[in-house]
Every structure is written in structure tokens, then in C-alpha cells.
Design a protein around this ligand. Structure first.
Ligand SMILES: [Ca+2]
Ligand SMILES: [Ca+2]
Ligand SMILES: [Ca+2]
Length: 247
């Protein structure tokens, strides 16, 4: 009986480990850390394709890989299986300069950008979105930020910076046009010229609308994207140690 009680305790501990944190690995369909030999390698999904050139620069810390792109340089994301109307896109970036507007996202390839930074004073730019939805002055040149863009084309859009909500859009007209096509571009305003110099350290894509709690859990630029499976394995390892100790 003592063994049964122990196993029940183990089972409840495993449930606790599984539920203690949201599972941010669910629906993670793309992840790029800009840490590999070319800076284009995916740890989830497909490798990025580069148009133009990019320069390896100092990242968020000494061990972090990051790349700078300028006007005419951009990454194309393979979104085979799209168009995608519900998604979450994460970018860890810093703006070196913002000449008027600087594109962060073009939801397709070869067209106007859809999410921009907008120059607003000598040292600060406004965080941004399509259709006139701009935040206040929240972004300083040269500082790192984690931007999380959540879109459900039919319902809502949320933009969060370092875990704080910049703005929500519930108007049905707002997210319209934010559908990710079967390929889409980061830091491109193809032909429009509205691209500043931007450094990127991380990008990630989920095929679902993350919850507010999950966005808070994602934290700030450079924070690891939590993988609860690792936590669960740590939990199992601990349980294994307990089992061994009982013998
Ligand atoms: Ca660019
Ligand atoms: Ca576009
Ligand atoms: Ca990186």
C-alpha cells in the first residue's frame, strides 16, 4: 500500500510539473536564434532565406549571436501550410536608426511592410502596427526589446513589449491584412525603402494566439523560450533519484 501511495504522489507531482507553467512549446512552428554559422539556422521550422546581406554583431550578451540588417536586407520565412490567420510572432531586436518608418514585418513577400517602427523624436521611436495603431514612445535606439505580436485575423490583435501590452485591437477591421502568407519577410518593405538598420537576436513563430500569461512568461529580450518538457524531465529525474534512494 505504501508503494501505491508513493506512486500516487509521484503521479500528482508529474501533473503539478506539467501544469505549473504554460507549455510554450505547443504550436511553436518556427524558431531562429541567429546563433549558427550562417545566422539563418532554424531550431524549429525551416531555415531563413536571406536577401541582401547581414552582418554579425554583438548580441544581448557575449554568448549571444545577432545580426544587423539594413535597407534592402531581409529574411524570408517559409510558411508552407499557410496562409495563417491566427499566430504569434516574437522578435528580439534593437533599432539602430529609424528613417521615418522601419519595417519589422511584411506579412507577404514583395509588398509594403505591415508592422513598422516610426520615428517620432530625436532619440525615441513609437512601437507600431498596421492601420494607424501606434503606441506611445516606448522604444529607444540601441536598446534591446522583445516584441510579441498576436493576431487572430477575425477577432483581435495584441502587441506586447517586454511582457507589457502596448495595445489591443478588437475591431474586426484591424487585423484584416495581417494574414501570414505561405512565405513572409522580416525587416522588409520591399521596394518601399522604409527600412532602418535593425539588429535581431531571436525570432519565433507559434500557430496559435498565446495567452496573456504566456506573454508575461516570455519576459524580455534574451530570455529563454521555456520548454516545459525539460522541466518535466527534470521532475522525472528527481523522481528517479527518489526511487533510487528508497531502495
Ligand atoms: Ca531591411
Ligand atoms: Ca505587406
Ligand atoms: Ca541570438
Amino acid at each position: 500500500m505504501r508503494k501505491v501511495a508513493f506512486l500516487l504522489a509521484v503521479a500528482s507531482m508529474m501533473v503539478w510539473v506539467g501544469s505549473a507553467r504554460a507549455d510554450l512549446s505547443v504550436g511553436l512552428v518556427g524558431q531562429w536564434g541567429y546563433d549558427g554559422a550562417t545566422g539563418l539556422e532554424a531550431t524549429a521550422g525551416s531555415d531563413l532565406a536571406l536577401t541582401g546581406s547581414h552582418t554579425k554583431v554583438t548580441g544581448i550578451d557575449a554568448s549571444d549571436g545577432a545580426y544587423q540588417v539594413g535597407n534592402g536586407d531581409y529574411y524570408t520565412v517559409d510558411n508552407t501550410g499557410g496562409p495563417t490567420t491566427t499566430y504569434t510572432l516574437l522578435l528580439d531586436f534593437k533599432a539602430i536608426n529609424v528613417p521615418g518608418y522601419s519595417s519589422l514585418l511584411d506579412t507577404g513577400t514583395g509588398g509594403d511592410g505591415d508592422v513598422f517602427l516610426r520615428y517620432n523624436s530625436p532619440s525615441v521611436v513609437g512601437g507600431s502596427a498596421r492601420l494607424g495603431a501606434y503606441s506611445g514612445n516606448v522604444i529607444t535606439h540601441g536598446d534591446w526589446y522583445r516584441l510579441v505580436i498576436r493576431i487572430d485575423e477575425t477577432v483581435a490583435g495584441d502587441f506586447d513589449l517586454d511582457g507589457s501590452n502596448l495595445f489591443s485591437c478588437s475591431s474586426p477591421s484591424y487585423p484584416n491584412g495581417m494574414t501570414l502568407q505561405t512565405a513572409f519577410d522580416l525587416f522588409s518593405d520591399t521596394g518601399g525603402g522604409e527600412e532602418g538598420d535593425t539588429v535581431v537576436s531571436n525570432a519565433a513563430l507559434w500557430n496559435r494566439y498565446l495567452t496573456n500569461d504566456e506573454v508575461i512568461e516570455l519576459g524580455v529580450a534574451g530570455d529563454a523560450i521555456p520548454e516545459p518538457m525539460t522541466l518535466a524531465l527534470l521532475g522525472l529525474g528527481g523522481i528517479g533519484a527518489l526511487l533510487r534512494r528508497r531502495r
